[in-house]
Design a protein around this ligand. Structure first.
Ligand SMILES: [Zn+2]
Ligand SMILES: [Zn+2]
Length: 313
């Protein structure tokens, strides 16, 4: 299960209702801030999610509407000393710009009281544990090194306690071994196989975030079957030529991508002030019924194979 909280859903410049790109993905103890547009600090406060453990920042690309909030956020972190380390992940050219922002503008030679780690993103797995994997995939937008991100909970087989009890498997390391797929030998000579105590596989959850994209070709391989896709929808189809010129896609293209990739839920963000929200929703829903145009502070739960679940604060 993942949760996502949208902190900013506007394209290029903020509007009265919408802040600049930022969203938080929550899974177990992990909290990832994906993009950090100007004003994100205040959005974090208003959302009520707080700064605690918000120490992993993933950037989709180097445009200012996605990174400028980092200056203020890092300045605050450095002053409060609430985190020991902040990780900023992004493509090479994104990190170059972030380096200039942090070291050239915010710190200017001062030693940060928090350890700032800049990690260069390459396509593939960035972070993995027993049941969770974070990976990056390349996308085309304006400029090099643009990435989308996939958050996946691996499919797993639940440990069936009653079966283990009835077979007399002792509580302790034997159970962990079985969960890890190894058979165990009991003192009475019997061998217990993982299949004896593990239930049917429960499929994992998959959430993909594209960031800004100028075309959808080639993306299906990364987002196929996702339980939720967060896509930009900066333009409407009647202005598709503008979308091409500025390296964005239309609501219809986002919906077609989700539909053809067998995505279960579609959330549209990076919303332009050129249009009314209902026009964007209507265009996307023609191809992908149920597509949602998200707003700042929308908070959703994403579960494998389920409809989006709105979390009311
Ligand atoms: Zn943007
Ligand atoms: Zn952009």
């Amino acid at each position: 299960m993942f949760e996502v909280m949208f902190l900013g859903t506007s394209a290029s410049a903020p509007s009265i209702q919408r802040g600049l790109s930022a969203q938080v993905v929550i899974h177990k103890e992990y909290r990832f801030l994906v993009d950090c547009g100007e004003g994100t600090q205040r959005q974090i406060l208003r959302s009520g999610i707080g700064f605690r453990r918000l120490d992993k920042i993933l950037l989709t690309h180097s445009h200012l509407d996605h990174i400028l909030g980092l200056g203020g956020l890092i300045s605050t972190f450095a002053r409060w000393e609430t985190a020991e380390q902040i990780e900023v992940w992004g493509g090479k050219s994104t990190l170059d710009r972030v380096y200039d922002l942090i070291y050239g503008v915010v710190l200017r030679g001062a030693r940060p009281s928090v350890n700032i780690e800049l990690y260069e993103v390459k396509p593939g797995v960035l972070m993995e544990d027993d049941e969770f994997v974070l990976s990056a995939f390349p996308v085309e937008h304006r400029g090099p090194d643009c990435f989308g991100y996939t958050f996946e909970r691996k499919s797993h087989r639940p440990f069936m306690n009653d079966l283990a009890e009835s077979l007399g498997v002792p509580r302790g390391p034997e159970r962990r071994q079985l969960v890890n797929g190894q058979s165990v030998h009991l003192e009475d000579g019997r061998t217990i196989l993982p299949d004896d105590v593990l239930g049917d596989p429960i499929p994992g959850d998959k959430l993909c975030i594209t960031g800004d994209i100028g075309r959808t070709a080639g993306l299906s391989q990364y987002i196929a079957g996702a339980d939720a896709l967060i896509s930009e929808a900066t333009y409407l189809n009647y202005e598709v030529d503008l979308a091409r010129r500025f390296g964005h896609i239309t609501a219809r293209e986002a919906a077609e991508l989700a539909f053809s990739s067998d995505v279960k839920n579609l959330m549209l963000t990076h919303i332009s002030r050129r249009y009314r929200e209902h026009e964007i929703a209507a265009e996307a829903n023609e191809t992908f019924p149920g597509a949602v145009v998200v707003r700042d502070f929308d908070h959703f739960r994403i579960r494998s194979g389920c409809q989006l679940e709105r979390v009311e604060e």
